[in-house]
Unconditional design. Structure first.
Length: 247
């Protein structure tokens, strides 16, 4: 048996934190009765429902998607924009994305029905690294790097870039350990730059690689084990110099 929030997460309802919110709101019933007991452990024969809909535990699945620009990281969009689920088979409609990329940002996006994995990859205490490549609207001034490394206040908290490396005069590679809304774009706007293209190439030890834009694939067992507790990569993707170097 498993706790109720883990049961819901395993069924693809959302992360365990999101499932806790559903339980607290009285939206979950077990055998016809509202259940707000977080320690409840449904039996195999129990009928668990969310908002009146019967819930079944689906096989655990995690996929990687190369999100193109112009797609929003949500299931439905009130402005009728394309969503990442338009790129996936209908059988994946119960998956949910782990974190988000804004509409114009491309690259690595994970979708899963594994609430435990989602919790580990998004909770601030785990400080999972996310690596991006970007193209700026004009040549980068390296003298500004220390300001981004020290941090800029966004939404009442200090937003920091963990590492920064120059690929060319207008192309940079950066690593984050935070998840503030539109963090990279807003930080560079604060020092006078506009990002023309932004691509996420890595989460933890998982790299985008040569997966074509708009395509997806299931993660391998080895990749899942890496995400499940692997040591963060020590080098930038494809970089010859140590990741701690700032140019």
């Amino acid at each position: 048996m498993m706790r109720l929030n883990r049961f819901l997460a395993a069924a693809g309802i959302g992360s365990r934190r999101q499932c806790d919110e559903l339980i607290a709101a009285g939206r979950v019933t077990v055998n016809g009765k509202v259940c707000t007991d977080f320690s409840a452990q449904p039996d195999a024969g129990d009928r668990v429902k969310v908002d009146g809909k019967l819930i079944h535990i689906a096989p655990v699945l995690t996929i990687i998607l190369h999100k193109p620009a112009g797609f929003v990281s949500t299931r439905k969009d009130e402005h009728a924009r394309n969503t990442v689920f338009d790129l996936l088979p209908k059988k994946f409609s119960r998956l949910f994305n782990i974190g988000r990329l804004d509409a114009q940002t491309e690259g690595l996006l994970l979708l899963t029905n594994d609430g435990d994995l989602a919790q580990r990859l998004t909770h601030p205490r785990y400080k999972i690294e996310k690596e991006y490549e970007m193209t700026l609207d004009r040549p980068w001034d390296p003298a500004l790097a220390p300001k981004l490394l020290r941090g800029i206040f966004l939404d009442g908290q200090r937003a920091k870039i963990t590492r920064l490396h120059s690929i060319s005069p207008t192309r940079l590679r950066v690593v984050l350990r935070q998840g503030i809304n539109r963090q990279i774009r807003r930080m560079f706007e604060a020092v006078g730059y506009r990002i023309k293209n932004l691509l996420r190439v890595r989460i933890g030890n998982l790299r985008l690689g040569d997966l074509p834009r708009g395509h997806w694939r299931a993660l391998t067992k080895r990749e899942l084990q890496s995400l499940d507790g692997g040591t963060p990569a020590r080098r930038f993707s494809g970089a010859g110099a140590p990741a701690s170097v700032v140019k």
